[in-house]
Design a binder for this molecule. Structure first.
Ligand SMILES: Cc1cc2nc3c(=O)[nH]c(=O)nc-3n(C[C@H](O)[C@H](O)[C@H](O)COP(=O)(O)OP(=O)(O)OC[C@H]3O[C@@H](n4cnc5c(N)ncnc54)[C@H](O)[C@@H]3O)c2cc1C
Ligand code: FES
Ligand code: FES
Length: 1276
């Protein structure tokens, strides 16, 4: 077996396990470690590589991305693989894609970057192969809309995607260059067009994805399945039959061996869903059977071989003269385009999908849409071939492993007359005089484009004819799937009911009642009622434009469409714009530059990140999976799974008095002053998983003299050193913990990393050999813990004018089984709750010990939840007074006096309290008040979409800790720096480098010394730099900078006399000459410092505000974030590019908490969200469509390090603005759909976190369609 990786030839002569993945091979057998293992499920894109195939007959090379974690190594015989290193690397020079990732600050921890680069490269490379006109110099043929979607299947947990999208767009020939964000190629505001040439230059066709030697070998057939080759692969238990007959023979027991397990494979993407922990003896690859890969087209339809990939099927369906916009084939193709991600679609076959739907009850989209389109399939079972309708096929008992799906036939449908509108919009809105065909497909999924299986999908096909002023339905075909059914179904009862009927409101109502009764998810399915309501909603959407009394005039319809730019979950009317070619993302970054501001050098470019290579763990995982832990439950009390049970059994963690916050004012007095009271209102908050892209990992290497070196991906190496030493019973100085960098931490690699590092060290100590531990995503998700869930009960008193006079909160925090950092939760929560002036504020916060996995710090621990509680109280008060929440917010913002009272001793000077001006400035810059009016108008004329807008402030307290630093100058003038802080992707090294250059610059009075490029920051090493502490709480970067500044000051003092004397002797003195002389004169060129913050300034407050505008879809519950504007006071930013990245990344992570991420446990307390299938972090299609961030430069802060302020955590809290805006939109929906209601709940209601689609829909009523129709009927 021969293939190439980055132009290097690999020939496999040894027998390899056929289940070996390409990723396993690359990471363990080659030096190409760029592709990363983030999930092993096809769900994150960290492993994406380019796979190229050469056709010796046409001499064409076909290139497409694949997920190397799912691609089986044996399937790439004769192929060429390109990884990120193949595009460019530090030795041979980087590719413009890498350079632009760096220059646009699109890589933070770097773990996602290699996969992102390959997804983008493939999009560019394939666009450049098209016959489109040549683009201007430096650009590719990629369009902006393609560029935005290029990374739709790749997850990034750090950046918030905005800068990555900028990188993608920077290659698009139709990009507006001034729309691109902050970068290191030109200054913001400079005439960008003139600067295009400053972008790292891209030249087409520079990369050769397929090496000539492999082409030659293929031409001479030495590797393309020659006899010998086939034998070799057969030895590996890998077969590639070339006919159905050969396949049948192979499946015979005499060939296979009795009891042997065989697996048929095409793309093997099914392994991402049904994890392959079982062992198969033999694999049979179906892709070389011509019949299974053929696509035939005739007047009756299109026949697609079962091994044809989804991408190829989409291409085929879009091809041909008969393809009209709105045609059945095109709609099927459009729907397929939303399945999984590009790299999955490139290998996933249609047949594999249908087999999984038939055999494994997989929630397939393809089965549903093809079912409605009247598809039939050809199967080979036993010794015969059978032609079945797809419905018959799905209804059969699950196929055995010898049944082969051969092909799929989708019939052509006669569209009738007048099928298509002039502008290519949906056919169903056109004036129809004759019988016409309607076809629509729908899916409601947590993410519109990025790797999310639908809650429900459906497709409807029907002929309709017009009789005078009514439409009559002829032979409808209605299919529903993925809702928790064994397989997609045809709603026969509804079809029979509708057939031949004129479409009127009563008919529609009856039809949807029948649908609700039919589409009933099986037991155990999540959100069953929501899923049924989707079925109702989609059928309503499909038929509504044809129903007498509900028809929408075409003119209005078009107006509505242009009114909204939402992006919901379906293909149909409500989501007409979803088919818009672009995601429509745009962004703006504003940096206010203060007069006194002296930037410390240019933003430094980062060149991506690599993590340690690791051995494959497949067998370790299989073994671990076999392990059974048997607990002796005798004499044990039942586990504590709820906070109520913890209270009942007094199971609490103690909060030391120095961490106990104190109440403010007299609560009873405040309540007595109130005109109105809300008593004991309850809210509940769930957990959030870190989802760092690199899971927990460690490598331990025993060293001489009973020592242990542990490479740990952790935020607190010093603690790891201590725990490991204590566990091994050796002194601390025998344990060296090294942390180069961490692939995302967010608090999850603080204390939660210690058990992993310690277990690894223990095993290495026992075995006296190196040991590596890497947690697979599932184990990580089960063990990690994450954010603290909690239950809150609040009582609030307020005056009629909206001034709040008293607030009391009772909070029960679920801390899990061990203490971890949980005792800090009460003070963190109270700190964030104090953002408003509540008059008097009291609380009772209990940290409950339960039998759940231990909860730990997660970015903004406690503060995020408190932020939500504060806004929930404000909104409740606003509802009670029937005024806008923004009015109540403004009314209760702190004055400096009240701020000083609430944050005694840390509020600083009055001039530092920038929140009121931030709040106003943001409103002005984002036209908040004008947009609020526009939204009212929009809501007035849209029944099934509603918009909401919300502005929220934050006050966030941070604390500085003592931090060490060392700066050493080497003989050649290069500089090494060590700091206590760890680089987690937050840009700490970048800031430290800049600070070093800045501080040493003092030596040259004219500031002309530039040593930035000569500074290298070293990995953290607990024996080299003691008292390193931990990296958390947003302040480690500035503290590390302060330590480095101190160390540099000492060096400057030492060097200054020598420099001055040398300058008297020499006309020009260079840095190198100074260091040379310093060495000769034995000046100590290494300086260490421990920076200790001044007690009076070790805590300070951060301010910011955000305005978010959302649109909700009342049919699906989908929320689209139309726009977010943030203004954040960053003091004088140490590095605006880094800080902007922190603001955006934090906001998007917060967005995940408030809107998407459900980290759930079942009734036994076991984590059920355990992978990318069940846990959805934001992707590029779920971030704000317009995302504007302004860093306010608030002038000189004499007590801050270079006047800077923190940026890592506070902006995450601002994401609550999206939740609040969604609540506003829901309120509008409830007003309309509850208009007759007397339940009083229209205004005041609590909305869960995260506000997922089912949550939103539930608040807009799951039966809103029925109610609407019933209402219409009752008003007739
Ligand atoms: C991250 C991710 C997201 C996804 N999202 C969606 C989604 O939103 N909607 C959706 O519909 N699908 C989705 N899928 C499913 C995807 O479409 C299927 O995994 C894929 O089509 C299976 O094709 P394959 O060639 O990889 O099959 P394989 O994994 O190779 O095979 C799957 C199964 O089918 C058997 N098999 C394959 N071909 C044949 C044949 N011709 N005859 C008999 N048996 C056969 C195999 O033995 C195996 O049991 C997703 C998959 C992934 C990994
Ligand atoms: S590791 Fe392959 S997609 Fe996540
Ligand atoms: S930079 Fe994308 S995951 Fe860290």
């Amino acid at each position: 077996m021969v293939f190439a990786v980055n132009g290097q030839r690999f020939e496999l002569s040894t027998v390899l396990d056929p289940s070996t993945s390409l990723l396993d091979f690359l990471r363990t057998r080659t030096r190409f470690k760029g592709p990363k293992l983030g999930c092993g499920e096809g769900g994150c894109g960290a492993c994406v590589v380019l796979l190229s195939k050469y056709d010796p007959i046409t001499e064409q090379v076909e290139d497409h991305t694949v997920n190397s974690c799912l691609t089986l190594l044996h399937s790439i015989n004769g192929c060429s693989i390109t990884t990120s290193e193949g595009l460019g690397n530090s030795k041979d020079g980087f590719h413009p894609i890498h350079q632009r990732f760096s220059g646009f600050h699109a890589s933070q921890c770097g773990f996602c970057t290699p996969g992102m680069c390959m997804s983008l490269f493939s999009a560019i490379f394939n666009a450049d192969k098209t016959g489109r006109p040549d683009p201007p110099h430096g650009f590719s043929k990629l369009t902006v809309s393609e560029a935005e979607k290029a990374i739709a299947g790749n997850l990034c947990r750090c950046t918030g995607y905005r800068p990555i999208v900028d990188v993608c767009k920077s290659f698009a020939s139709d990009v507006e260059i001034e729309d691109l964000g902050l970068n290191s190629f030109w200054r913001k505001g400079e005439n960008a067009n003139g600067n295009v040439d400053k972008l790292p230059s891209y030249r087409r066709n520079e990369i050769h994805t397929f090496p000539d030697f492999l082409k030659n070998e293929i031409k001479s057939s030495t590797c393309l399945m020659s006899e010998t080759e086939n034998e070799c692969l057969t030895e590996c238990h890998w077969h590639s039959p070339i006919s159905v007959e050969e396949l049948q023979n192979l499946l015979e027991p005499k060939e296979l061996g009795i009891g042997k397990r065989v697996k048929l494979v095409v793309g093997n993407t099914g392994a991402g869903i049904y994890k392959e922990l079982d062992h198969y003896d033999t694999y049979i690859d179906l892709r070389r059977i011509p019949e299974l890969s053929a696509i035939k087209r005739d007047s009756k339809g299109i026949e697609i071989g079962a091994a044809v990939t989804i991408s190829k099927a989409i291409e085929a369906l879009m091809e041909g003269k008969e393809i009209l916009p709105g045609s059945v084939f095109m709609k099927i193709a459009n729907h397929m385009d939303k399945i999984a991600s590009v790299s999955i679609r490139n290998t996933a076959s249609l047949g594999g999908n249908l087999i999984m739907a038939q055999r494994n009850q997989f929630a397939s989209d393809i089965a549903t849409i093809l079912l409605a389109a009247g598809t039939s399939v050809n199967i080979h079972t036993g010794s015969e071939r059978i032609l079945l309708t797809l419905e018959e096929f799905l209804n059969r008992p699950p196929c055995d492993s010898k049944t082969i799906l051969l092909s799929i036939h989708i019939p052509s449908w006669n569209p009738g007359r007048n099928t298509c509108s002039e502008n290519g919009n949906s056919i169903k809105y056109m004036p129809m005089k004759e019988t016409q065909l309607l076809f629509e497909t729908y899916r409601a999924a947590p993410r519109p484009l990025g790797n999310a299986v639908a809650y429900l999908n459906c497709a409807f096909l029907a002929y309709v004819s017009r009789t005078s002023d009514e439409f009559v339905v002829v032979s409808p075909q209605l299919a529903f799937g993925a809702y928790g059914t064994n397989h997609a179904i045809r709603a026969r009862k509804v079809e029979r009911f509708l057939a031949g009927k004129s479409l009127t409101v009563p008919v529609l109502l009856e039809a949807i009642r029948l649908v609700r009764a039919m589409v009933v998810p099986k037991e155990g399915t999540s959100s069953p009622a929501y899923r049924s309501s989707l079925a109702v909603g989609f059928l309503f959407d499909f038929l509504r434009p044809l129903v007498k009394g509900l028809m929408v005039p075409i003119k209005d319809l078009q107006m509505k469409i242009s009114d909204c730019d939402a992006n919901g979950g379906a293909n149909g009317y409500f989501n007409t714009l979803e088919n818009k070619s672009s995601l429509g993302l745009s962004a703006k970054q504003v940096l206010e530059v203060h007069g006194e501001y002296f930037p410390v050098g240019k933003p430094t470019e980062k060149a991506g990140a690599e993590i340690q290579a690791s051995e494959t763990q497949k067998y370790a995982n299989m073994a671990a999976n076999q392990a059974v832990v048997d607990y002796d439950m005798e004499n044990l009390e039942p586990p504590i799974l709820t906070v109520e049970e913890a209270v009942e059994r007094s199971s609490f963690f103690e909060v030391p008095s120095f961490l106990s916050p104190t109440p403010i004012g007299d609560f009873s007095k405040g309540m007595a002053e109130a005109d109105h009271k809300i008593l004991s209102s309850k809210i509940e908050l769930g957990s959030q998983y870190y989802f760092y892209m690199e899971t927990q990992t460690a490598l331990a290497i025993p060293d001489e003299d009973n020592c242990m070196v542990v490479y740990s991906s952790c935020q607190c190496p010093e603690n790891a050193q201590q725990v490991i030493a204590e566990c091994l019973g050796i002194p601390h100085h025998n344990v060296r913990v090294i942390t180069r960098r961490v692939g995302g931490g967010f608090g999850g690699k603080a204390l939660r990393a210690l058990p992993v590092a310690t277990a690894c060290a223990l095993a290495a100590y026992k075995l006296q050999r190196p040991v590596r531990i890497y947690l697979d995503r599932k184990t990580d998700m089960i063990m990690a813990g994450g954010r603290h869930p909690m239950k809150i009960n609040y009582t609030v008193g307020f005056k009629s004018d909206g001034k709040i006079t008293a607030l009391h909160t009772d909070i029960l925090i679920n801390a899990g089984i061990s203490e971890d950092i949980s005792p800090i939760m009460p003070s963190n929560m109270v700190g964030a709750l104090k953002r408003y002036n509540w008059g008097a504020f009291s609380f009772d916060i209990k940290v409950c010990k339960t039998n759940h996995s231990s909860k730990s710090a997660m970015r903004g621990p406690g503060e995020v939840q408190a932020s939500f509680i504060a806004e929930a109280v404000i909104e409740h008060v606003a509802s009670a007074l029937s005024v806008e929440a923004d009015f109540i917010r403004k009314k209760n913002l702190h004055t400096f006096e009240s701020l000083n009272l609430f944050y005694e001793g840390i509020a600083g000077e009055p001039v530092e309290y920038t929140l009121p001006s931030v709040f106003d400035k943001l409103a002005a810059s984002s036209s908040f008040h004008h947009r609020t009016e526009m939204i009212k108008q929009f809501n007035g004329c849209n029944k099934w979409k509603k918009r909401g807008i919300s502005r929220v402030p934050i006050v966030h307290e941070v604390r500085l800790r003592p931090t060490p630093g060392r700066v050493s100058i080497l003989n050649d003038g290069s500089i090494v720096v060590e700091v206590g802080g760890i680089e987690l992707g937050q840009g700490l090294w970048t800031k430290v480098k800049q600070m070093t250059a800045f501080a040493l610059n003092r030596l040259w009075s004219d500031g002309s010394l530039d040593v930035l490029e000569r500074v290298r920051v070293l990995q953290a090493d607990t024996l080299s730099m003691v008292q390193g502490g931990f990296t958390a709480g947003s302040t480690t970067s500035e503290a590390s900078c302060a330590a480095v500044q101190l160390a540099c000051n000492v060096l400057v003092e030492r060097l200054m006399p020598l420099k001055e004397s040398l300058q008297q002797q020499m006309e020009v003195l260079s840095w190198d000459a100074l260091i040379f002389q310093a060495n000769l004169q034995s000046v100590n060129l290494s300086s260490s410092a421990l920076w200790i913050p001044d007690y009076s300034s070790m805590q300070y407050l951060n301010y910011g505000a955000a305005i978010s505008e959302v649109e909700i879809d009342l049919i699906t519950g989908a929320t689209t974030i139309l726009r977010t504007d943030i203004t954040y006071d960053c003091g004088q930013s140490l590095n605006p590019a880094v800080d902007l990245g922190q603001v955006e990344g934090a906001f998007v992570q917060g967005l995940g908490f408030f809107m998407l991420e459900q980290y759930e446990t079942n009734s036994d307390g076991l984590v059920v969200s355990e992978g990318t299938w069940t846990y959805k972090i934001p992707t590029v299609d779920t971030i704000p469509k317009q995302f504007n961030v302004e860093l306010l430069n608030s002038g000189h802060h004499k007590k801050r390090i270079l006047s800077s302020k923190a940026s890592g955590e506070p902006p995450l809290l601002l994401a609550v603005s999206v939740h609040c805006a969604t609540r506003e939109a829901i309120r509008e929906a409830r007003k309309e759909h509850f208009c007759n209601g007397s339940d009083g709940s229209t205004w005041a209601f609590q909305m869960k976190v995260p506000a997922t689609m089912p949550v939103v829909k539930e608040l807009c009523r799951l039966d809103n369609v029925e109610r609407y129709l019933e209402n219409m009927l009752s008003h007739r």
